[in-house]
Design a protein around this ligand. Structure first.
Ligand SMILES: Cc1cc2nc3c(=O)[nH]c(=O)nc-3n(C[C@H](O)[C@H](O)[C@H](O)COP(=O)(O)OP(=O)(O)OC[C@H]3O[C@@H](n4cnc5c(N)ncnc54)[C@H](O)[C@@H]3O)c2cc1C
Length: 408
């Protein structure tokens, strides 16, 4: 048994932090600090945007997930004094003392210094970003007169997505399906336009070739306009300019969504911990920050040797690390032996529009409506707590998971 009064402070309530907190509940005085009052199951943020799932399914409140063995504080940690073993939380006078610290604050959108990107684009990481994007699509549609000429309707319903990684692909195919459905329902002539801009020479650059073939077909069927080997030069209030082969092109858009990169959380930049050249905290195989045996790091902020490159920066890695972090925090507090673990690839699943998906498991790619159902089944198992899984699983099974049309 761990020392009952040991103070365990967990900073960040995402995949790494929340699952560590759930595992450590009762192992001491466990406190979870996070700026929002809910967890976000990011792999299904696209389904939330399209109305296939509801906020309570994928963004349950911590108070629903955590019992009274974990104290939850809503706030952002702004500084950590490693010598005094205390963390400062914005707006709180009293600092939080700890005996063991778990840091899992994740990443933030990387705009790569592109002119106008931070000011004018929508990131896509939080529930509020999905709400804003849905609102922007509905608003653009509402401004199109019923008798608009096809080319005018198309111009008014043009949206750009920067980045054709899994995020950009999942988002653009959903947007294209939703917008086309709205055109049909409203009797608008012509069709909407969704443009994707990708710097590399291929879509989903980090993924397996088999799954890329399915993704390319889905983008084509959804009539998403893909520009590879293309760089965004600047973003403005009403669109963007991109460059391809030395020529610049302007695209007027009702919204530009930025999915083109993640950088380390600014809190991590400020902390006096050893970092690698990407700014990630160097972690020992036990997940202890190098040189700080009482500080454990995991998820998107941790640099670990011997992790498959395709696993880096994924929820599946943060999730797998959480059980090791919890185990080693216990061992550290008890003076026991700390362990290491090999993290496994759990397969890939991408949604492709509102009726389609692709799942790669055991070297096989499955696509279509069946893959979409498999993705829902898979993700039901990955949600936090069995009570939440049960509630959500029955809601999806009995209530269905059809997209909710824009504007309804
Ligand atoms: C739209 C989207 C879709 C994704 N889809 C997939 C997918 O399909 N499969 C997959 O494997 N991965 C996916 N990812 C990546 C995955 O979400 C991350 O790799 C994973 O969430 C990392 O876990 P984490 O705990 O490190 O960080 P996060 O889950 O991001 O959690 C960080 C937490 O820290 C909190 N925080 C931030 N700053 C502070 C602070 N100063 N003080 C206190 N708390 C703070 C944040 O609010 C958040 O709650 C997706 C990401 C996004 C954005």
């Amino acid at each position: 048994m761990a020392e009952a009064r040991a103070r365990i402070l967990i900073v960040g309530g995402g995949f790494g932090g929340l699952f560590t907190a759930l595992d450590l509940a009762g192992a001491g005085q466990v406190t979870l600090v996070s700026p929002e009052d809910h967890f976000t199951f990011t792999p299904m943020l696209y389904e939330y945007m399209s109305g296939e799932v509801e906020a309570w399914h994928i963004a349950p409140h911590y108070k629903e997930l955590l019992d009274d063995r974990v104290r939850n504080i809503t706030g952002a940690v702004t500084d950590i004094d490693f010598g005094a073993r205390e963390a400062t939380v914005a707006g709180r006078v009293r600092r939080l003392a700890y005996d063991a610290l778990v840091l899992a604050v994740g990443g933030v959108t990387n705009f790569w210094g592109v002119e106008g990107a931070e000011r004018f684009t929508l990131p896509f990481r939080k529930i509020r970003h999905a709400d804003e994007l849905r609102w922007r699509m509905t608003d653009a549609l509402d401004r199109i007169p019923p008798d608009a000429a096809p080319q005018d309707a198309r111009a008014a319903a043009t949206f750009a997505v920067v980045g054709a990684g899994a995020s950009g692909v999942e988002l653009s195919t959903k947007m294209a399906d939703l917008l086309r459905d709205a055109f049909e329902r409203r009797g608008l002539r012509g069709e909407p336009r969704v443009v994707v801009i990708e710097m590399s020479d291929r879509v989903v650059p980090g993924m397996d070739d088999d799954i890329r073939a399915v993704v390319e077909r889905a983008l084509n069927e959804a009539r998403v306009e893909v520009h590879t080997s293309t760089r965004v030069v600047r973003v403005t209030a009403d669109g963007l300019v991109f460059e391809h082969g030395g020529a610049e092109t302007e695209v007027k858009a009702a919204a530009v969504v930025w999915t083109a990169g993640v950088r380390v959380n600014p809190l991590v930049e400020r902390l006096a911990l050893e970092k690698d050249r990407r700014g990630l905290v160097v972690a020992e195989p036990t997940l202890q920050a190098r040189g700080r045996e009482d500080v454990f790091v995991l998820g998107d902020i941790a640099a670990l040797r011997d992790v498959e490159p395709t696993l880096a920066g994924t929820a599946q890695l943060a999730f797998q690390q959480s059980s090791l972090a919890a185990r080693n925090v216990r061992a550290f507090l008890e003076g026991g032996e700390l362990k290491t673990k090999r993290f496994a690839e759990l397969g890939e699943a991408v949604s492709l529009g509102t009726e389609n998906a692709a799942v790669l498991a055991g070297g096989q790619v499955v696509s279509g409506a069946l893959a979409r159902r498999a993705r829902f089944a898979l993700y039901t198992q990955r949600l936090p707590t069995w009570q939440h899984r049960l509630r959500v699983g029955s809601s999806w099974f009995f209530g269905g998971t059809k997209a909710w049309p824009l504007g309804l």
